[in-house]
Design a binder for this molecule. Structure first.
Ligand SMILES: Nc1ncnc2c1ncn2[C@@H]1O[C@H](COP(=O)(O)OP(=O)(O)OP(=O)(O)O)[C@@H](O)[C@H]1O
Length: 968
């Protein structure tokens, strides 16, 4: 029978079957039973007036008695036209009631329901907190009239419905008219099944509609009893909808155990089952919200009600599907993890059983001891003691505790350091010299210093760690010489940059108590290199950040100071380590930016930058070689002429360092490599083409002619030194074609690429315009000065012009992003120039009556410093005397108010810059003569240098010459 109901294929058959009388025991209840009853309903005769049904065990014909006993539900099929409560008036004649029937109740007590409406045929326990109402309910039960009206309470406007106990309490605070207004109009006639304390169990009977209020406290209302609108029980749409409801319910039942419980609870109390009741049943057991349920309650059209219910149960179906998939996913995850855990445990047990593995802690301790063993003799006793203590502690700690991990990591670091391990130092000066020369051209003073260091080490038998600071503009080889020194000394090399470093912990480590704590850079270095005497290159020491917590400069001081670093204490390691054997080499662009206490401990070696000649050597002997090897080009495949290299240095890479030059050379070689590969592959394809046997040499003039043709751009820049011979074409008809083809291919048969000035631009593009030398002959009021920046030396012009003239208008206006010091030195220059002019030409009132404008190009670059003082005076005097300064002259020097010339810095850089700008005569302060004399002859070659200590000397050099002869 049940099968027939639930199998959709058998539905038609079911409908034609004669309905049996069902007697369903409450303990076998389920939705299947319920549905079974429904099926019966569809098949019975409408005239079966004998039918009689009870909602539930204790609703016995509305008598209100019999609560508590285990119900036996008697189901008798009743007519479609019967009431939803099942107490058909004709049927009631079978058992004549002695008490008022439910439909006789037209005035009832109104019970507010806060959460859900009560559906006919369903139980609902509620708590009545209002004593008056509770007393009235008890009273009516005693009077054998145990009925009341249960109405859903509307939400207070502006509040969200919440099923909290607060709401429940406040429900009974609302009284009289207010309560009346808050109740939904349609409710349910509820039989009071039992009252225990304040708990009242209600059983829904039939739908009611409030018509008017009778009394306020407790609220009593007049009601109309509602009946479903008449409907056709054989209507196909109604049948289909009801079957869909049933089938959905069945599906939900399969997946949701929660529903199974609901159905079990409710279905045992469903006496009669028809379409309207099915709709009520579905809505009541669904998890829909109270308003949706109320909508179903208010719907008197059976089809519409079924449809509403269908929507609700479908939604329930979706929810239960999601619930099922969530549950499944979680179950899978949990079972997977459990499985892995179990297998791991089993594996451990098996390994232990076989003696393959001792437990974790023992294995760890053994590992640390084993690691320490080779160094035990050399390891300082205080470190050994800490290691032993930590090993003991490790045994006592729980393996899963966080402290265990901390101790394990700590022991890991302690045992991995190269206690007492030193690399064998090279004390062979000759060999060291060879290595240094191999890696770098020039840099004689740096190399000399390193050799001195080695010599001292050889005589003493041991070398003490020292701090060398290499300073200079970018790309002059500071970092690479550091690496080379390490190679020469046979020390391990470790480099770290402190540019922008602001956290002291980077140098001194974190305390072990912090999560993710790490030792500082020095300890990491020792671990990396595995010896206690490496060469450590601290890059960019002039760009050290300013720490917010602690000062990194002070931490570096502790690290570098030979007095302190024999017992350097890292916060993480917490045991002193000896860094006195470490050779520190620092690099900086500007020495002035290095904190003074640090600078004090260093031996500064300045690398000023390279002149053209040096750059030529570096490019030819070092950069070209490395670039060639890096690109896989063979030496015989390429030739870069001296002229090309010179052009490259003078027109593309004029800065002090050679990094840019290196980049350009690499670019040339990359392009050559591409060309060789391209030609190689096109030659391969040419081999299969018939070609005319002809020897051809393409000379440079052909090459230039072709260079103008854009369509053969690649080939044109290549010179070919190759003589190519090919076989005669086999087919005479192809002779003309193949000759033409052969002509183009011959140019492609490249074996050697030559780069010279004519084709340099093909490789590195057009030369960059350098504005360093703006004037060929400086005009009146313009003088060339010499400046020094972090990028090396450079020339700069000081320009002065007159803005306006008038009695007593003498003033000075300054532009060109000048700093305070430079502004002051301009004021000094103005005053001094005025005094000198007064002395030289007493009748000339130029400075008294002229407003001057002094500018220092380039305006976008900030400038500062006093060394342009003498240049400024000369520029002003040149303007006042309307005489240009001597040609190819550059000067530098700070000037005092009395005209004395003070020394300046960066003599080498400034000399190199002057030479680069083709200056022939330089004026330096006399105090800088010593610096100049130290310069290599190739730097000073061709220069006419004057050393002055008073401005009058500059005046005579720059301005006292015969304009007509322009003697230099
Ligand atoms: N005298 C030299 N001989 C050979 N190669 C050199 C010489 N000077 C510099 N180089 C090369 O120039 C390149 C740039 O040098 P490096 O990186 O050491 O410059 P740096 O002075 O450390 O620059 P920065 O201040 O920007 O760090 C390196 O490949 C180096 O080998």
């Amino acid at each position: 029978m049940l099968k027939l109901v639930f199998s959709s294929s058998c539905r038609g058959h079911c409908l034609n079957t004669v309905a049996p009388r069902l007697r369903v025991k409450s303990d076998s209840n389920s939705l299947f039973d319920v549905v079974g009853r429904l099926t019966g309903l569809t098949r019975r005769s409408p005239t079966n007036s004998l039918s009689r049904a009870f909602f539930c065990s204790d609703s016995n014909d509305g008598s209100g008695s019999g609560s508590g006993s285990q119900p036996v539900v008697e189901v008798e099929v009743k007519g479609v036209e019967s009431d939803s409560d099942g107490s058909d008036s004709k049927a009631s004649s079978a058992i004549v009631p002695t008490y008022p029937r439910p439909e006789d109740y037209l005035t009832v007590l109104a019970l507010p329901l806060p959460h859900r409406p009560l559906f006919p045929g369903f139980y609902m326990p509620i708590y009545v907190k209002d004593p008056k109402l509770l007393a009235a309910l008890q009273e009516s039960r005693k009077r054998q009239a145990p009925y009341a009206g249960a109405f859903l309470l509307k939400d207070e406007p502006g509040t969200e419905s919440s099923p909290s106990s607060e709401t429940e309490k406040s429900v009974y605070d609302i009284k009289g008219k207010e309560l009346f207004n808050r109740l939904h109009e349609v409710g349910t006639l509820a039989q009071i099944s039992s009252i225990q304390g304040d708990q009242v169990v209600l059983i829904g009977h039939r739908r009611l509609r409030i018509t008017e209020m009778v009394s306020e406290d407790p609220l009593t209302v007049k009601v109309d009893h509602l009946k479903e609108k008449p409907y056709d029980k054989d209507d196909d749409v109604i049948k289909a909808t009801s079957f869909e409801v049933i089938s959905t319910l069945r599906d939900v039942l399969k997946t949701s155990s929660l529903w199974r419980d609901h159905v079990q609870t409710y279905s045992q109390h469903i006496g009669d089952f028809n379409f309207p009741r099915l709709a009520d049943f579905g809505a009541a057991i669904s998890g829909a919200n109270k308003l949706q349920c109320q909508q179903v309650l208010e719907e008197l059209d059976v089809h519409k009600r079924l449809q509403l219910t269908l929507e609700l149960v479908k939604k329930e179906m979706e929810i239960s599907k999601i619930q099922e998939s969530i549950a499944k996913a979680i179950e899978e995850k949990i079972s997977g993890e459990q499985r892995r855990y179990l297998l791991n445990e089993q594996l451990k047990a098996i390994k232990k059983e076989l003696g393959l593995e001792t437990d974790d802690k023992t294995a760890l301790s053994a590992k640390f001891r084993e690691r320490l063993e080779p160094n035990r003799e050399k390891c300082p006793p205080h470190v050994l003691q800490v290691i032993e203590e930590e090993l003991t502690k490790l045994q006592l700690l729980e393996a899963s505790s966080s402290e265990f991990n901390v101790t394990r990591n700590y022991l890991d670091w302690l045992t991995v350091l190269p206690w007492g391990n030193y690399s064998d130092e090279n004390f062979d000066v000759i060999q060291a010299q060879t290595i240094l020369d191999e890696d770098h051209y020039g840099l004689a003073d740096v190399k000399e210093r390193i050799l001195e260091f080695i010599a001292v080490g050889k005589l003493r038998g041991t070398s003490q760690g020292k701090i060398i600071c290499l300073s200079g503009p970018p790309g002059v080889g500071k970092t690479s010489i550091g690496r080379s020194i390490a190679r020469a000394l046979n020390r391990k090399f470790f480099r770290f940059s402190v540019g922008g470093l602001s956290d002291v912990a980077e140098i001194k480590g974190h305390r072990r108590t912090y999560i993710g704590a790490m030792p500082g850079k020095m300890v990491q270095c020792l671990k990396n290199v595995g010896t206690e005497n490496p060469l450590v290159l601290i890059d960019e020491i002039d760009k050290l950040g300013r720490g917010h917590a602690g000062d990194p400069a002070s931490a570096l001081l502790e690290l570098l100071d030979p007095e302190q670093n024999a017992n350097f204490l890292d916060h993480y390691l917490d045991v002193p380590i000896d860094l006195s054997k470490v050779l520190f080499v620092c690099t900086a662009n500007v020495v002035d930016n290095i904190p003074n206490p640090l600078l004090d401990r260093m031996e500064v070696i300045a690398i000023a930058g390279y002149i053209t000649d040096e750059k030529m050597h570096i490019a030819r002997d070092y950069l070209e070689k490395t670039a060639r090897e890096a690109c896989g080009v063979k030496p015989e495949q390429v030739e870069v002429t001296d002229a090309a290299l010179l052009g490259l240095i003078e027109n593309y890479c004029r800065e002090a360092g050679v990094r840019n030059l290196q980049k350009h050379i690499e670019k040339i070689y990359r392009k050559i490599a591409l060309r060789l590969v391209r030609e190689g592959s096109s030659n391969e394809s040419v081999m299969v083409q018939p070609a005319d046997a002809k020897a051809e040499v393409v000379d440079e003039s052909d090459h230039h002619a072709a260079a103008n043709k854009a369509d053969v751009e690649v080939e044109t820049s290549v010179q070919v030194d190759t003589v190519q011979t090919n076989d005669q074409p086999k087919d005479p008809k192809d002779a003309a074609d193949s000759k033409e083809l052969q002509e183009t291919e011959a140019t492609k048969a490249v074996e050697k690429v030559v780069v010279d000035t004519s084709n340099l631009a093909d490789f590195v593009g057009k030369p960059v315009f350098h504005a360093e030398r703006i004037y060929d002959q400086t005009p009146v009021g313009v003088v060339m000065g010499l400046a020094w920046t972090a990028m090396g030396g450079s020339t700069l012009y000081i320009e002065t012009t007159q803005v306006e003239q008038g009695e007593g208008k003498g003033a000075l206006h300054l532009t060109g992003q000048l700093g305070d010091v430079m502004k002051e030195s301009a004021q000094i220059a103005h005053t001094l120039a005025r005094a000198i002019l007064l002395e030289k030409e007493p009748a000339n009132p130029y400075f008294v009556n002229s407003k001057l404008h002094l500018h220092v190009p380039a305006g976008a670059t900030p400038k500062d410093g006093p060394s342009a003082g003498c240049t400024m005076i000369t520029s002003m005097l040149s303007l006042a005397m309307k005489k240009p300064v001597r040609k190819d002259l550059a000067m530098t020097g700070e000037v005092t108010l009395t005209g004395k010339i003070l020394p300046i810095g960066g003599v080498k850089e400034k000399t190199i810059a002057a030479k680069r700008s083709e200056v022939r005569t330089i004026i330096f302060p006399a105090a800088n003569r010593r610096d100049y004399d130290e310069l290599a002859p190739n730097v000073t070659e061709g220069l006419n240098v004057h050393f002055v200590d008073d401005y009058s000397q500059i005046f005579s050099l720059a301005l006292e010459y015969d304009v007509n002869t322009m003697v230099n």
